[in-house]
Each structure stands twice: as C-alpha cells, then as structure tokens.
Design a protein around this ligand. Sequence first.
Ligand SMILES: Cc1cc2nc3c(=O)[nH]c(=O)nc-3n(C[C@H](O)[C@H](O)[C@H](O)COP(=O)(O)OP(=O)(O)OC[C@H]3O[C@@H](n4cnc5c(N)ncnc54)[C@H](O)[C@@H]3O)c2cc1C
Length: 377
Amino acid sequence: MSTNLETEEHKALRAAVAALGRRHGRGYDRESLWSEAAKLGYLGVNLPEEYGGGGGGIAELSLVLEELGAAGCPLLMMVVSPAICGTVISRFGTDAQKREWLPGLADGTRTMAFGITEPDAGSNSHRITTTARKDGADWLLTGRKVFISGVDIADATLIVGRTEDARTGNLKPCLFIVPRDAEGFSRRQIDMELNAAEKQFELVLDDVRLPADALVGDEDAGLLQLFAGLNPERVMTAAFAIGMGRHALAQAIAYARERTVWKAPIGAHQAIAHPLAQAHIDLELARLMMQKAAHLYDAGDDVGAGEAANMAKYAAGEACVKAVDQAVHTLGGNGLTREFGLASLITAARVARIAPVSREMILNYVSHQTLGLPKSY
Ligand SMILES: Cc1cc2nc3c(=O)[nH]c(=O)nc-3n(C[C@H](O)[C@H](O)[C@H](O)COP(=O)(O)OP(=O)(O)OC[C@H]3O[C@@H](n4cnc5c(N)ncnc54)[C@H](O)[C@@H]3O)c2cc1C
C-alpha cells in the first residue's frame, strides 16, 4: 500500500512495526509480542511522555495495530488498553490515577480491559443498568457485562456504570477501575467461535466495593470522558480491520500470481483479479478515512473525529469482510485449510462489523447526525 500522505517518522514507524510483525507472524505468541512491542515503545506511543509514553497520538497507535494485523499478528487489546483506557486516564484521570496506571500501560507491564456492553442493553448503551452507589467514602458497584475482551489478562477493567445525581436523581454514566481480583467481581468465559488469542467474558459485579479513587476523573463529566475514549476505539477497530484485510489480501495476491490451472496464473483471469483490485481500493479508502479520523482526534476536534471515526470503522469493517471473503475464494480449496489460515478470518472479520458499534448503528448515526433524518427508535 502506498503511504505518501505520511510523514517520514510515520513511514519509519510503519516499517519498524512491519519488521517486528514479520518476525512474529501468524503463529505469534500474544504475550511475547505484547511485551516486545511495548519495550520498543509501540504500545504506549500515544501516551504522554511524562508517564513513559511516546507523546504521539492515535494516528501513531493505529498505524502500529494496522501493521501488526497486516503481518497476521494483531494485538486486539491495543484497542482497549492504550487506546480507550490510556486515553481516558491521561485526559481525565487524577494525577494519582495517571501515576498509578499510565507508566504500566505504556511499557506493557499492565493491561486494562474495557466493559460497556450489557446483556439487556447491547447497542442501546443508554439502557445500561450497572449502578454505583455510595457507601461512606467507597463505591458499591453492581451489574452485568457481556462480551468483554481480555478480562483474564487485564490487571483491571474500566467499567462503565451509572451513578445517581444527588440533586436530580437522574442516572449519569461514570467510569470505574475494577481490579481483576476485586471481591464480588466474577467472570465466565464465553464460548466464542473465534480463533483469537484474546477471550471474551461475561462479568458479574455483585456489590463490588471500590475506593473513592476508583472513579475516573469527574463524576459530572462521565459522558464526555466516555466519548473521549470511544473515538480512539473506533479508529483502532478500523486499524484492526484494515490490517486483517491487508493480511488476507496479500496471501490471495501471492497465490493468484503462482497458481496455474490453465495456461496463465489464475490472477490473470479478471474474475479473480478485479475483486482483489476492488478489495485493495476499499481498504485504501477506509485507511484514508481512518487517517482523517485520527488526525482530527489528535488535533483536539472531538466532534469532527466522532463522525470520521464512525465512518472509518464502518468502511474498514466492510472492506475487511469483503477482502477476507475474496481471499478465501481465491485460494479455492486451500482457502479452507489450516495451512493457509484464511478460513478462520471469515469469523474474525465479522467482529469489526459488529463491534464496538455495529454497522447498522453507524448507519443510524450518519442518518441522524449527518443527514438530519428522523429516528425510528
Ligand atoms: C469479539 C468481540 C469482542 C468484544 N469486546 C468487547 C469489549 O471488550 N468491551 C465491550 O464493552 N464490548 C465488547 N464487545 C461487544 C460489542 O461491542 C457488541 O457485541 C456490540 O456493541 C453489539 O451489541 P450486541 O451484541 O448486544 O448486539 P445487539 O445490540 O443485540 O444488535 C443485534 C443486531 O441488531 C442490530 N440493531 C440493533 N439496534 C438497531 C437499530 N436501532 N437499528 C438497526 N439495527 C439495529 C445490530 O446492528 C445488530 O446487527 C465485543 C464483541 C465481540 C463480538
């Protein structure tokens, strides 16, 4: 893929991460890649320098994830730990929370998961019922979450809950840091048909007692803080999808150049070549929107970044699903063998269409927010 829009630093970072990805490849060990990438400064590239980060932004972090994905070794927890949790804590956390968490998130010695999705709320996050109530200086957090990634390998999970406004009685969103082994915090692994290094969990929070400083930032700025984390999440999901799409496409192209069953390699047939060319174009277009979203976010334009990040996530998810589908088809029977490892990407590619916000919810967002159309729900 051409990278002419990027600075020399970005190109150098891309090349270095790609080289790391090649060394680990499809058979990667998640833990050792995570710690090596962290030591090289790639996982904390977006976090503030004073806390051990690289002082860059989501533009750099998404580039790292894209290149690892393109090499066949994506690190899903990058979407969550440095991108959502690192961003929220560095933008809104107290000084003590920053000192406590950011250096570890930056050097990879600590990881944080993120939990917003609930069984009875799903796409309608206004409906979440996980609730925090005060008990002296402490908080007691009760609720359920579902599909939360990496809770087993994360030192803590940033949980989206709600507190009652003392004045109005209204419930307002709040973010809490819940340590993995907190009493009353239990998890059950969900049996996913996904061939991935990271697992998903259903969580139960049963009066989990948390100290006052488990609440991130300001009780009254919960929604703002939440959105500050969700835009990076969408950009990073786009990077995850583009990386996976590139990985699949590269394998299909290599195969189509060689595999010959008539006179010319199958890649000479336009029925094989054109869909691969279309997949490449779609991935490039999605990446352009991802770069726009990252640029707006890093420039401090949260509103502009919101629209662009949604569009980028949508475009990347769709491009990834199509690229993987076409790659599998290009390999014929080999598309379904373990040796080539493409078939399992059919399931994995769908993640970017569903999470963290589904294709339909992005179309809803654009319909209402951008086009001003009325709402059906
Ligand atoms: C592999 C994986 C990892 C995940 N990791 C995390 C994580 O770490 N943390 C976390 O909090 N969550 C995580 N999630 C959850 C994910 O964000 C949700 O699955 C997603 O938001 C969709 O919610 P849902 O599954 O409840 O689907 P639902 O909300 O039940 O939606 C089901 C279908 O209905 C459609 N739909 C719903 N409402 C509308 C509407 N108004 N208009 C049109 N269509 C509609 C949706 O688009 C979808 O196709 C993960 C999910 C997966 C699959």
